[in-house]
Design a protein around this ligand. Structure first.
Ligand code: 5RP
Length: 231
């Protein structure tokens, strides 16, 4: 990871920790930006902050446990006060694509019951039209090729995600991911509706109408805050 890029992620990530208050139940997102939020929360917990976290991935659970952050599971909570997560892209209407780190399903379930959702991003994730970043689609392994065929019939360049070693990437939920490349999603809601009707798709990476606050940091050190009207 280059030093300048890391700096923007750290700035955005740490800034979000300012929203964390004593007594809160906090959704802990996944990725290299929210990593810094979680490190900061770990520091705050060591200094006496009392919160309980709901991790959105095994990776995050391991990090948070290592920092001594008390954790619970989604089944144990009534609601979540605040979730802080990263995003792969976000547009001016607060619509985003998530799942680059493969945690989209748990991230969406956690976000769904959160009073407030904050995304931490480096400024280059802000886009005019979603789709420069591949859209992740979580599919069950059974018959996943039929889902890929349906996408291809819609002229979508859907590719099965692989690990660096060339193995099929498997999510924390035991599913596969199809990534749709180079598609300009001018109408993400229409795509979302279509995807939700395809059998075998467990979740798709559009996060529409979910985020309340976006914290974007640039490599030059500037932090910008964007609040959606729903917040
Ligand atoms: C994981 C995600 C991440 O939040 C997203 O990929 C952003 O990650 P990063 O901060 O590493 O760029 O959706 O499923």
């Amino acid at each position: 990871m280059e030093a300048l890029g890391m700096n923007a992620k750290q700035l955005a990530g740490e800034k979000a920790a300012e929203w964390v208050e004593d007594g809160m139940t906090i959704g802990l997102g996944t990725g290299s930006t929210v990593y810094y939020t979680i490190e900061k929360i770990g520091e705050m917990v060591k200094n006496g902050l009392q919160i309980v976290g709901v991790p959105t991935s095994e990776r995050t659970r391991i990090q948070a446990e290592g920092l001594g952050i008390p954790l619970t599971s989604l089944n144990e909570v009534e609601k979540i006060d605040l979730t802080i997560d990263g995003s792969d892209e976000v547009d001016a209407s607060f619509r985003g694509i998530k799942g680059g780190g493969g945690a989209l399903l748990r991230e969406k379930m956690v976000a769904d019951i959160s009073d407030t959702n904050i995304w931490v991003v480096s400024s280059n994730k802000r886009v005019d039209v979603l789709g420069k970043f591949p859209l992740p689609i979580e599919v069950i392994p059974f018959g996943y090729k039929q889902v890929a065929n349906k996408l291809q019939k819609r002229s979508a360049d859907a590719r099965l995600r692989k690990t660096e070693d060339g193995d099929i990437y498997v999510t924390d939920n035991g599913n596969y991911i199809l990534d749709v490349y180079d598609q300009a999603f001018t109408d993400p809601a229409e795509w979302q509706d279509w995807l939700q009707k395809v059998p075998g798709i467990v979740e798709q990476g559009f996060f529409l109408g979910i985020v309340d606050i976006v914290i974007a940091a640039s490599e030059s050190g500037e932090i910008e805050l964007f609040e959606s009207e729903k917040s």
